[in-house]
Design a protein around this ligand. Structure first.
Ligand SMILES: [Zn+2]
Length: 297
């Protein structure tokens, strides 16, 4: 059954260039154009996340701070920190990105689609009361909370972005109905395990320094995920571990992402992936399309 792409043109209006020199101004729009060119992948227009859905993962004062950016003048920027810059389009961009995942959860539950890929803004560094690392709201975490609220019993989140999904891990540190599995390259923000942060068994994190370690880590992590027997799998699909990426240096190739999609599809549960990092524009778009296409075969 093919993967449904969840997208909305307003998501691509956020000016990304101010966030990092590695970020192409039209990054999301370009990824969207490549993925939607594949007519084998049906598309659905994303809806906005409701305040109730956002509040399951974020505090009200933080959401108000984000929502207030709608009042910024055209071209005016507000920095949450050095790499997380807001403008007047940020709120709509991020609530559509979160809403895409919530909508995909409902559609999977209703049997309207088996698998989904959400072309939205990255979220896995965002914590309850703060954004960070280019992230404003945590889309995959909001989606997992929504899945539990909708009646899913065991939700696995797999995060293969080169950076740690620190915000996602913290969201579910006391929620054993969610199994969080990730690989991450050490030395980046969010690498809190190195500082002795205590984590329970349902938060499974593996450090990697090269492609061989990455593949071995996922072979082990996927065994743990199978033992958890998820009825829904969410994926933080970041492609910045790719060999061509200007940020990550793990040396991952297209073949690794193809292999991961194959392995994840064989878990037997519906899969909803949401885009995270990936800063080599052409390679991220190609790998995201490859991953989504393979997932649906
Ligand atoms: Zn990343």
């Amino acid at each position: 059954m093919p993967v449904t792409l969840y997208r909305h043109p307003d998501i691509f209006r956020h000016d990304l260039a101010a966030n990092h020199v590695a970020m192409h101004r039209h990054r999301l729009g370009y990824i969207d154009s490549v993925m939607t060119r594949n007519k084998a992948l049906p598309t659905r227009l994303a809806r906005v996340a409701t305040v109730e859905e956002l509040l399951r993962n974020h505090t009200l004062p933080y959401l108000k701070q984000l929502a207030n950016t709608r009042e910024l003048a055209d071209g005016q920027l507000l920095a949450l920190n050095a790499e997380t810059i807001l403008n007047r389009h940020t709120w709509r961009t991020t609530v559509l990105s979160a809403g895409a995942v919530c909508q995909a959860v409902e559609d999977v539950q209703a049997g309207a689609t088996r698998h989904a890929f959400c072309i939205g803004y990255a979220g896995h560094h965002a914590v309850a009361s703060a954004g960070g690392g280019f992230c404003f709201t945590n889309q995959v975490a909001i989606g997992a909370h929504h899945a539990l609220a909708q009646g899913f019993k065991a939700v696995a989140i797999l995060d293969f972005d080169t950076h740690s999904g620190n915000g996602t891990a913290l969201s579910f540190i006391a929620e054993p109905r969610v199994f969080f599995a990730e690989t991450y390259q050490p030395g980046y923000p969010g690498d809190f395990l190195q500082r002795g942060f205590p984590v329970p068994p349902h938060i499974a994190r593996r450090r990697c320094n090269n492609a061989q370690q990455f593949q071995q880590a996922w072979e082990r992590l996927l065994q743990d995920v199978r033992a958890f027997c998820p009825d829904l799998v969410l994926v933080s699909a970041g492609f910045d571990a790719h060999v061509a990426d200007p940020l990550g240096t793990l040396g991952i190739t297209d073949a690794h992402y193809f292999w991961l999609a194959e392995e994840i599809s064989q878990l037997g549960a519906p899969v909803i992936a949401t885009l995270e990092g990936g800063y080599s524009l052409v390679d991220t778009a190609r790998c995201a399309a490859l991953f989504a296409t393979r997932l649906g075969q």
